[in-house]
Write a protein that binds this ligand. Structure first.
Ligand code: 5GP
Ligand code: MG
Length: 176
């Protein structure tokens, strides 16, 4: 595996966007909504950098994608906290094609929030397929399959405190 972002670099990036988020939402009713499971580490670090009252919830989304077809995105909205009258900040690990965030933002808008914004740890360059862009991005990365800091391959590697690009040898270790 090749390390892309060290633990120290990630923490600096998280602090940087936390400052932007604090500047924009301090004093407002804010619910941070983490997209499970990939955002779990980012969500935990980001929320602890915000020193004003806010609420935290999660939403579950997963896409079952084959190599050639666009995967069906399954969203579990019944588990979402109520956000009527709140500003919502959707927090995800990575913006790749953007379909996941696009779909989730639409679902959340149906619940009557005051506003909906999005924050991602990573944005992959040259992959976007939707008109939406995330409002807060900590890092731009090249188009490689990455793991660590919440991101997995077959459920592995989420616990790594750094971000790494997977190489074919690493993938071969965990056959599906
Ligand atoms: P999108 O809908 O933007 O194409 O994909 C977003 C989702 O795909 C992310 O939330 C993440 O779960 C998954 N994903 C996209 N790229 C990567 C990657 O490089 N590594 C991992 N582990 N997951 C990824
Ligand atoms: Mg995800």
């Amino acid at each position: 595996m090749k390390t892309l972002l060290t633990e120290t670099v990630i923490q600096d990036g998280v602090r940087r966007i936390a400052q932007q988020i604090a500047h924009d939402f301090r004093g407002k009713r804010l619910t941070m909504m983490g997209v499970m499971t990939g955002s779990v580490v980012f969500l935990a670090d980001l929320m602890r950098q915000l020193d004003f009252p806010l609420r935290v919830g999660v939403v579950w989304a997963s896409s079952y994608r084959a190599s050639t077809t666009r995967g069906e995105l399954v969203v579990n909205t019944p588990m979402m906290p109520s956000v009527t009258g709140d500003h919502v900040l959707l927090v995800d690990d990575i913006f790749d094609t953007g379909h996941t965030l696009d779909r989730l933002l639409k679902e959340i808008r149906k619940c009557g929030p005051l506003s909906v914004h999005s924050a991602v740890l990573l944005r992959k360059q040259g992959r976007r397929e939707v008109s939406l862009d995330p409002d807060y991005v900590a890092f731009e990365i090249p188009d490689e399959f990455v793991v660590g800091y919440g991101l997995d391959y077959q459920g592995h590697y989420r616990h790594l405190p750094y971000l790494a690009a997977l190489e074919p040898d690493d993938m071969a270790k965990w056959p599906s």
